[in-house]
Design a protein around this ligand. Sequence first.
Ligand code: MG
Length: 371
Amino acid sequence: MPATRRLVILGATGTVGVQALEILASSASPLEVVALSAHSRATELAAAGPAKAQRFLTSDSDQDSDLLRFLREGAYEICLNAVVGAAGLPYTEAALSAGCDVALANKESLVLAGGLLTELAAQQGANIVPVDSEHSAIHQCLPGGKPKDIRQIFLTASGGALRDLPSSKLAAVTPAQALAHPNWDMGPRITIDSATMMNKAFEVIEARWLFDLADHEIKVLIHRQSIVHSMVEFIDGSMLAQLGPPDMSFPIHYALHFPQRKASPLQGFDPVLFSNLTFEEPDLEHYPALALGWRAAKLGGDAGAVLNAADEIAVEAFLQERISFPDITRLCAAALESCCKGFVADIADVLEADARSRAFVTAEISNLSHS
Ligand code: MG
C-alpha cells in the first residue's frame, strides 16, 4: 500500500463531508484529498479542503457526468460518499467499478442496491467500509472474525426525538418536535427518519447486505445513551461491542483509514460518566416503521429502493406540513405492498423501482390533501 492514499470526498459541504475535512485537517493523516464534490453549494465548495483538489458541482448535469467519468477512471484509492439520498447510488457504483474502496456514508446505496454493489465490490476486490455508526461498530467487531461466524447482531438506536411521547400523541407531532434529536446532530431527513425509526429500518437492510445476514439475524435495541454503537454475537455465544461518544468523526476517521488505525485527536468516552448504559426492546406500536425494515430485508430485490423512495417523498411532505407524522410510515407501508416487482438485474431496474414508488407516494399524498 502506498504511503499516501488519494481520497475523493463526495458531499464535501454536507454534515459528514465537513466533519471528514475537519478530522483530516486536525490529524496527521496519510490521505491526500484530490477531489471534492457538492450539490449546488458552489461558494462553500470553493472554500472546502485543499486548494489544489479538483472540484465538481453536481447541480449542473454536465458537471455530474464529469464526476462520474472521473470516478470511473479511478485515479484515487478511496472515495468517501457522503451524498444525501438516492442520488448517491451512481457514485458508489462508479467508484467500485474502478476497483476503488468506498467509505460509505450514503446508506441509500446499500438500501437501494445492496445485492448489486456487494457483488460488484467482491468482483473488483474493493472494500465497502461503512461510515454509518452502527455498521462501523459491527465492522470494527469483525477483524479476523468472518461474517459467517456471526450468530446475530444488535443494532442500537437512540429512539429519536419522540421516544418519550405517548404513541397516542404521534398524530399531532410537528416538524420542529420531530427534528429535536436527543443525541446526534444530523441533517433534517435522517433526524425525521430517526424519530420514526425508519432510519433503523434502512440500517437493517444495510446490515443485511454488508454482512450477508438473514432478516432474523438482525436485532434492534433502544439504547438511549448512544454509547454502544452496536454489538455482534458470534456462533460460540461470545459478544463484542464497540463503544464511543455519539460523534460521527469516529466512524468517519475509521472508514477513511481502514484497514489501518491512525492516531486522531478524538477523545474516547469516560466509562465512569456513562456507567449506566441501558438497553430496551423497541415498541413496534410506537415505531411501526421498524417492521418495514425486516419486511424489505426479507423481500430483497427492489424492496429497499421502493421503501427509500417512499420515505424521501413522505418525509419531505411532512416537513412541508402536508401530511401527519404517522402518515410517513403509512405511505411507506402502502408503497412496499403496491410497488415491488422483485428481482433487480442492474442499477436501471433499481432506479425504475425508485421512480415507481415516488410516483405512487406523490399520488397518494395528493389524494390525502384533497380528501
Ligand atoms: Mg446510523
